[in-house]
Design a protein around this ligand. Structure first.
Ligand code: D5M
Ligand code: ZN
Ligand code: FE
Length: 486
């Protein structure tokens, strides 16, 4: 055993045991080395006392783990089930016909969701309201094709399979709601005919999330929420991420209970994602970037299950929904026994807790067109998505959406946890009992982000106790401004 260059508290503890005739196993030594030095003396004295009674004069790893309560708890469950993965459902219909199918699927799915509302019993098709004789209020639903705010009114155009409807919102409170509606979002409206054949919108009803019971894990397993590693980028915080990965095997009582690591996209920085990207890369090919990724996640203990979902920087396809990162780029990832590869978005069950994972590409378009929403509060945008029951409502802006026959971005399955990344700001919140996690990033501010005034808070690992839903975080960023705000 090398006493050279050792902390004096550790030397004292070792000498104490050796002088009492004890041997210390090298694995036990490793644990002692990582302990809080203030506790060392007390711990070693206790163990020596106990083992002297038993007349066993070797201190091994097991003794320390038992004493410290860090012995691997085999009663903690780590059951994972993929409830939804778009990878095998992707068909990519082509052309206009494909988009008609997509929007009709969106309309039908959301109409079914809203049919749980009592008002929906009075729903009429848009075409039938044109000939309605009654002076009673009517209910229609559809996708928003246009929203215009003028002076003190807001004009909305709604479309359903029977036709389209122009309505005006006069009420100032209701105009605030109308102002937050996104193009192509589904909404139900209470309407009544006004003067000069103008239709007045009197209420706007979103599909939203009903009150519901949250599923919890029976045992206290923890899940870690990560995203936006950007491995291969010059700005990937490799040192900090490596430190976090080694913390996962440390004696810390929380680390010892971690059974899941979820990565919500932008695992690697990719190649050719933005102009002149090669100048900001340390690994110049996708293969090299993924190889490095495998090297890093291989250090995560094997009793931790890892779920990997792609983002806009990862290989596969850019348009939503995205398939899992294809095997051809790195078969090791697919073959690792503790890794599960899924597409974007995905829904997984962790010990019965439903987690909806989405990279979050649509946040860019929503922040740009919606008053009151910003990159600094990504969880507010996440609430917006839940209310709309759609992960990417706006079609035809920056976020590419594929012309699938079925709209796989409708939020049909209500999650217990909603996990999003993309905007590089770690943040937590709650909405209708759903825990909202934006998992931040492990990439320092890029020159592009600096040029647009985007301030990420990278290097924060968020984790959740799946039994109590209590939240923890580990901050690996030395910059004290990069705190977690909610
Ligand atoms: O994007 C991280 C965040 O930065 C995300 O909110 C988009 C924004 N971003 C990044 N590059 C651009 C460009 N070129 N235009 C507009 N917004 C951008 P990430 O997915 O990690 O690149
Ligand atoms: Zn990113
Ligand atoms: Fe991204």
């Amino acid at each position: 055993m090398i006493f050279f260059d050792m902390k004096k508290e550790l030397t004292f503890a070792l000498n104490y045991a050796l002088n009492k005739g004890f041997q210390i196993h090298p694995d036990a030594f490793k644990i002692l080395e990582n302990l809080d030095i203030r506790k060392l003396e007390r711990i070693i004295k206790e163990i020596v006392k106990e083992k002297t009674k038993q007349k066993l004069f070797q201190i091994n790893q097991d003794d320390l783990e038992t004493y410290l309560g860090i012995k691997e708890d085999t009663t903690l469950q780590s059951e994972i089930e993929v409830l939804f993965d778009p990878t095998t459902k992707i068909t990519t219909g082509e052309g206009v016909k494909g988009y008609n199918a997509l929007f009709s699927s969106r309309f039908n799915k959301l109409k079914r969701i809203i049919s749980d509302r009592p008002e929906s019993r009075k729903l009429k098709s848009i075409a039938s309201t044109k000939t309605a004789k009654s002076k009673d209020d009517l209910y229609v639903c559809g996708l928003i094709t246009s929203r215009i705010s003028e002076r003190n009114i807001t004009k909305l155009v709604l479309e359903d399979p029977s036709g389209s409807f122009d309505g005006i919102v006069f009420d100032s409170e209701l105009q605030k709601t109308a102002g937050t509606l996104l193009t192509d979002q589904f909404v139900m409206a209470r309407i009544s005919p006004g003067k000069n054949s103008v239709m007045i919108i009197k209420d706007l009803i979103l599909p939203d999330i009903p009150d519901q019971a949250v599923n919890k894990s029976e045992t206290e397993a923890y899940a870690v929420f990560l995203s936006d590693l950007h491995i291969g980028s010059k700005f990937f915080m490799e040192e900090e991420f490596t430190e976090f990965v080694s913390w996962l095997s440390s004696p810390d009582p929380v680390a010892r209970k971690i059974r899941f690591v979820l990565i919500a996209g932008d695992i690697v920085d990719g190649v050719g994602i933005y102009p002149n990207q090669d100048k900001e890369l340390v690994c110049l090919t996708i293969e090299e970037q993924l190889k490095k990724t495998v090297g890093l996640i291989d250090k995560i203990p094997k009793n931790v299950k890892i779920i990997i979902m792609p983002g806009n920087h990862d290989p596969g396809r850019r348009a939503l929904p995205q398939p899992a990162i294809p095997k051809k780029y790195n078969s090791d990832l697919w073959e690792m026994e503790n890794v599960v590869m899924v597409g974007n978005p995905a829904v997984v069950s962790l010990n019965g807790v439903k987690v909806m994972m989405f990279h979050g590409q649509s946040i860019d378009d929503i922040v740009k067109t919606t008053p009151g929403l910003s990159y600094n509060k990504p969880t507010n945008v996440m609430k917006h998505l839940l209310k709309a029951r759609h992960l990417s409502p706006i079609y035809g802006s920056q976020t590419p959406i594929a012309p699938e026959m079925e709209d796989l971005l409708v939020i049909e399955n209500i999650p217990d946890i909603f996990h999003v990344g993309h905007v590089h700001r770690a943040q937590l919140d709650m909405y209708k009992g759903i825990l909202l996690v934006n998992s931040g990033s492990w990439q320092r501010q890029t020159p592009f982000q600096a040029s647009v005034g985007m301030t990420p808070n990278p290097g924060i690992a968020l984790m959740v106790n799946l039994k109590t839903f209590k939240v923890f975080h580990q901050n690996y960023n030395s910059n004290s401004e990069n705190i977690l705000q909610s």
